[in-house]
Design a protein around this ligand. Structure first.
Ligand SMILES: [Zn+2]
Length: 799
């Protein structure tokens, strides 16, 4: 702390006689503190953690509170009647307060999407709840506001305050691993004055808790959480976000964030050495070059797997750095040797060891989600120099351009270089059979299959798998290779060339539910797709989906924020569908796959409407999956998202010639304009509108930002007209969508004897009636929504 801070702490340690006026003096001096620019921050993580973990109400600062209100963005706290105690000061600073008594919390999100989200969880679009206990944590002006409106004097702290304090602490720190929520940790360690404000609200009667937070390190600072014990997560992650949006000042600016986090550092380059011993234990050394994006930063956090222990951290001079990572913690905190100025560049050398790769029989598993090297929070795109050393019985592949591997005794040393910045870095090691594919038009492909491990599985569990209908496939490396090479070539024609020089596909027996993960030039595919190819196309699609991420998501176009995640997953899924259509040379498997996904999307809604929770829109990204809507990220962002692209494709289709009509150009232009850049949904909409030559906001509003899926009831009848022609009249009732919902729907008119025609009709509102253009002969059948063009339910009814 600064000298002013120390002076303040001196006055704060005065015995109980501290009067309100002394407190005001303290407050005045606290807020006269210079910002983080010159503050030295806390001297030691351990000490700071111990102080935070010991946050407690201060019996020398207790106030009776009546009718006090606090407003933070769109949240209002009314402290009707009760007692408020400030926290005991830490190094002269008061970080929070605890209230017991009677109060109300009200909150109304600013947008329809977020109000709908509140509706899904709480059946109301503006939350008003009474509370009987509440804990505040703040780095903003709350203390000044409280002290000017309540008189804090020595008193007895209500008993109820203590357990609520404990529960609050549990939501941002973990005593055992000494891990701490990044935003709270960074603020407290720096001793920063920023917008951080956290309220842990215990609802009266039900006893449930909600958290309202303003997190200055996220671009959508305003957040509402419900506290929910969730398995397999750290205690302080036992909460799920319900609403999230930018602060008022940012909302008024009218631009949506183009990233999720507010970075205070930029990681420029990583030099990573990873050595695997005979037991595949990792000993690593990473040199990271980073730049400070703010003035006066004292603390840096790096993400590093809980299974990795840090041995040493040094500055470029060789001087040891003051750092801390708790046992099983996921953050490594480093104290800068002096407050870093904006633009200042530093280099840190980290040594660490532990287990991120496991071997069982001949299976080698690597969790691609593991933070296998220390990475500056919240790293974006960096260049890499990678070096691996491993026993010669293994094969290792990595992202980057490889140099010829060298032998070193019984080990192999290989180096890889990533010269153009990438967002995610990975490798894979295993006992592999290699299958190389050389085709002129695409980069060389290497398929790595765990052949000996498959043999072991066939011997030990082959019969069991057979009973489940899984017969081992033949030459699986070739089956996988064919889909990878064919889809690669197909996407290259569809979207344009990638800058990849080579492409690796490595088998990985995943433990978690995902089946494939993509990195630039390297994809991990689950063992199951190397065991057999199931007939309905899901294996072809899985392989092609991960290949497509070389255009959408991993390399090429990268989604800017979580709202834009569909630009990666839906685009990959849609590409996979197109590959299925192209590979099978007929529309049936494509239409069947679309139909299956439509049924899944509709079933999801129906099941949920029958008692559960309705699915959110595509633009909520990963937030569509919650503890009550677990599979929704896949169903909404992947599957409904792919449908959205399919619908756009069909809107561009020329029904007379069945030619593309411009959608292929949309995808190519979007890819070439945003390759190696971050893209938002709005960027994509602009390309669509440019090619369509018209405003398409209605379409994005309905399908990407909205949740409606229309149910159409369709009736038609035809009467003869002069000259042998026929007049066909149609009637459409539209349900399950907002009143103004509109869509273009193709009709297939079948005249029999192989003669047919197609028209596209515009359907808007609950009820529409229209006549088709005069038909040359009598229609035998009119099919509404031909070719699965619109994601909807159609019910044919009599006229
Ligand atoms: Zn994917």
């Amino acid at each position: 702390m600064t000298r002013q801070g120390e002076a303040a702490s001196g006055s704060a340690r005065r015995p109980l006689a501290a009067t309100a006026s002394a407190l005001f003096l303290l407050l005045a001096s606290l807020f006269a503190l210079p910002n983080t620019a010159t503050a030295a921050g806390v001297a030691s993580y351990k000490k700071a953690f111990a102080q935070l973990a010991a946050f407690a109400p201060d019996p020398s600062r207790v106030a009776a509170v009546h009718g006090l209100s606090l407003k933070r963005d769109l949240a209002t706290f009314e402290f009707v009647d009760g007692q408020m105690a400030l926290f005991r000061p830490v190094e002269g600073r008061i970080w929070g307060a605890v209230f017991t008594g009677r109060g109300t919390f009200s909150f109304r999100p600013p947008t329809e999407i977020e109000r709908d989200q509140l509706e899904r969880f709480y059946k109301t679009d503006s939350l008003v709840t009474t509370f009987d206990a509440l804990v505040l944590l703040f780095a903003d002006t709350t203390l000044v506001e409280l002290a000017s409106r309540a008189k804090f004097v020595p008193g007895t702290v209500a008993k109820k305050a203590i357990p609520v304090m404990r529960k609050t602490l549990d939501t941002f720190l973990d005593q055992k691993s000494m891990d701490i929520n990044y935003s709270v940790g960074k603020t407290c360690l720096e001793g920063a004055s920023n917008e951080l404000f956290l309220a842990y609200i215990v609802e009266a009667h039900a006893g449930n808790a909600v958290i309202f937070e303003i997190d200055p390190f996220q671009t959508e600072q305003v957040q509402l959480y419900r506290v929910k014990p969730m398995p397999f997560q750290k205690r302080f992650e036992n909460r799920e976000v319900i609403c999230q949006f930018p602060l008022e000042a940012d909302r008024e600016r009218g631009t949506s964030p183009d990233r999720d986090f507010v970075d205070t550092y930029e990681d420029e380059h990583y030099q990573i050495q990873s050595r695997f011993d005979g037991g595949l234990r990792l000993a690593g050394e990473t040199v990271v070059r980073f730049r400070s994006l703010e003035d006066g930063q004292n603390w840096l956090a790096l993400v590093l797997d809980p299974n990795l222990d840090v041995d040493a951290v040094q500055w470029e001079s060789g001087e040891p750095a003051d750092c801390f990572k708790g046992p099983d913690a996921s953050l490594l905190w480093v104290r800068n040797d002096h407050p870093l100025a904006r633009g200042e560049e530093r280099t840190l050398r980290n040594r660490y060891h532990g287990v991120v790769v496991q071997r069982q029989d001949d299976w080698v598993r690597f969790d691609p989600g593991a933070s296998w090297y220390p990475r500056v929070i919240s790293g974006r795109r960096s260049t890499y120099d990678l070096e691996y050393e491993y026993p010669e019985s293994y094969t290792l592949v990595s992202v980057g351009e490889p140099a010829a591997p060298e032998r070193k005794g019984n080990s192999v040393r290989s180096t890889w270089k990533v010269a153009t910045p990438i967002a995610e870095c990975s490798f894979m090691i295993g006992i592999y059979k290699e299958h190389k594919i050389q085709v002129e038009t695409i980069p060389p492909i290497t398929i790595l299959m765990s052949e000996s491990a498959h043999r072991q599985v066939r011997e030990s569990a082959g019969e069991e798998l057979l009973e489940q209908g899984l017969a081992p496939g033949k030459s699986m490396e070739k089956q996988v290779g064919a889909d990878v090479a064919n889809s690669f070539a197909f996407f290259q024609t569809l979207y344009g060339p990638t800058r990849l020089q080579r492409f690796y596909v490595a088998e990985n027996p995943f433990e978690r539910s995902f089946l494939g993960v993509a990195y630039p030039g390297l994809i991990h595919l689950d063992w199951s797709t190397f065991y057999s190819t199931v007939s309905e196309g899901s294996d072809e699609m899985l392989r092609a989906h991960e290949v497509a991420h070389q255009w959408w998501g991993s390399l090429g176009v990268v989604p800017a924020t979580y709202h834009d995640r569909w630009l990666s997953e839906a685009f990959a899924e849609y590409s996979a569908l197109r590959y299925l259509q192209d590979a099978s040379k007929d529309n049936k498997r494509f239409l069947d796959a679309l139909q299956r996904s439509r049924e899944e999307i509709l079933k999801n809604r129906k099941f949920l409407l029958g008692g559960g929770q309705e699915a959110g829109p595509i633009s909520l990204g990963p937030r569509t999956s919650t503890s009550t809507t677990r599979g929704d990220y896949r169903i909404i962002v992947y599957e409904k998202g792919a449908w959205v692209l399919h619908m756009l494709h069909n809107l561009f289709l020329d029904l007379d010639t069945m030619k593309d009509g411009g959608f292929a150009d949309v995808m190519r232009e979007f890819y070439t304009s945003f390759a190696d850049k971050d893209a938002t949904t709005a960027d994509f909409q602009r390309v669509v509108e440019k090619r369509a030559g018209r405003d398409m906001s209605w379409f994005f509003h309905e399908w990407v930002y909205g949740t409606g899926i229309p149910h159409y009831r369709f009736a038609w009848h035809a009467v003869p007209e002069a000259g042998g022609k026929y007049k066909a009249s149609c009637r459409v009732d539209q349900e399950n969508v907002p009143e103004d919902f509109q869509m273009f729907v193709p009709l297939h008119i079948d005249f029999g004897a192989g003669k047919f025609a197609s028209v596209r009709v515009f359907v808007k509102g609950p009820h529409s009636e229209f006549d088709l253009p005069l038909l040359p002969m009598e229609p035998k059948q009119i099919v509404f929504n031909d070719l699965e063009s619109v994601l909807c339910e159609v019910e044919a009814v009599g006229w």
